[in-house]
Design a protein around this ligand. Structure first.
Ligand code: PHE
Length: 340
């Protein structure tokens, strides 16, 4: 046998088979067929023992050279196949701009914010503008200027959080009256929505809740204006059929003072669990601004008079969306907030 010729034939066959291998797995099979323990080149090497001694080294060298060249073909083909596989994977991942996008989850305004903005829009229509004040207040603005000195029993109604620096977390939005009126000249028509804090907790009370303050000062503002505006406001919030009751009450910063109730919309006054069987639900406090409050703001109470009211916002949101427990508003639970 002419081993030189048969090696050349094996090598050519291997070159073609390697070039035709369609995949890395097929390539491994082809390689085994020629270079494996039982492969064609190995058989040639195994046959060396039967050759004449002077032939052995020549054939051995030739076979090893063939083996190396075939390895070279395998390496080349492997690189080609790997590159093709990579190109294929990349092509599969290429951006297809015609596919529908992934919609990011969309949030919405918090129910309290929606009520707040609704109220702001309503009062803007009546010529009221929005005033703001800080949630950490001075005792002067929150209490003293409103006729509540340190030992006044009215402080008990507002379980107060004090800061270490001698300030308070405002217990109501009424201090915004003081801020808005001091150093300015009437006429005033303001609302002041915002967060307030009291050390209270129950299904109906959260230590942080929201109020809206409203006040109007001019030369001839009367309780009739207060009633008219509160009626319009509550009709806007609760519908045309709303019924209001002004109950004589006491606040140190208004005189006369009233508590505003509306007839329970659920039982229409018959009495139910929501209105604690009374037929009425408290909406907030109101009255004519006390002359001493005007004087504390540098205004002449002989010339100016006005009304003020303060309402809880949270209850309006609870009623509007049927939320039974005030804490559900502030726990950030999307299962609740997504229903609104
Ligand atoms: N600030 C009072 C409260 O929180 C409500 C109120 C405001 C009463 C304005 C009268 C006038 O209880």
């Amino acid at each position: 046998m002419d081993t030189g010729a048969s090696l050349a034939a094996i090598e050519e066959e291997a070159r073609q088979a390697i070039a035709a291998a369609p995949s890395l797995a097929a390539l491994a099979d082809v390689r085994a067929r020629f270079l494996g323990k039982k492969g064609s080149v190995s058989s040639v090497l195994r046959g060396i023992g039967a050759l004449a001694p002077e032939e052995r080294s020549r054939v051995g060298e030739a076979a090893n050279a063939s083996k190396e060249r075939i390895e070279g073909f395998v390496r080349e083909r492997r690189e080609t196949l790997e590159r093709a596989a990579q190109d294929h994977a990349l092509a599969a991942r290429r951006l297809d701009v015609s596919l529908p996008g992934i919609r990011p989850p969309q949030g919405h305004l918090h129910p309290i914010t929606r009520v707040e903005r609704d109220i702001e829009r309503f009062f803007a229509g009546l010529g009221f503008s929005v005033e703001e004040g800080p949630e950490v207040e001075t005792e002067w603005n929150n209490f003293e200027a409103l006729g509540i000195p340190p030992d006044h029993p009215a402080r008990d109604m507002q379980a107060t959080f004090f800061t270490e620096g001698g300030h308070v977390l405002r217990t109501h939005t009424s201090p915004v009256q003081i801020r808005a009126m001091s150093g300015r000249q009437p006429p005033f028509r303001f609302i002041a929505p915002g967060r307030v804090y009291r050390n209270d907790r129950s299904p109906r009370h959260s230590p942080m809740f929201h109020q809206v303050e409203g006040f109007m000062v001019d030369e001839n503002v009367s309780f009739a204006h207060l009633k008219g505006i509160l009626y319009a406001f509550q009709r806007h919030m609760m519908g045309a059929e709303v019924e209001l009751r002004f109950r004589a009450s006491y606040f140190p910063f208004t005189e006369p003072s009233a508590e505003l109730d509306y007839r329970c919309l659920l039982c229409r006054g018959a009495g139910c669990a929501t209105c604690s069987q009374s037929g009425w639900i408290e909406a907030g406090g109101c009255g004519m601004i006390h002359p001493s409050v005007l004087a504390n703001c540098g205004l002449d109470p002989e010339r100016w008079q006005g009304f003020a009211f303060g309402m809880t916002l949270d209850r309006a949101a609870m009623l509007r969306w049927g939320i039974p427990n005030i804490h559900l508003l502030f726990e950030g639970d999307l299962r609740v907030l997504e229903q609104i």
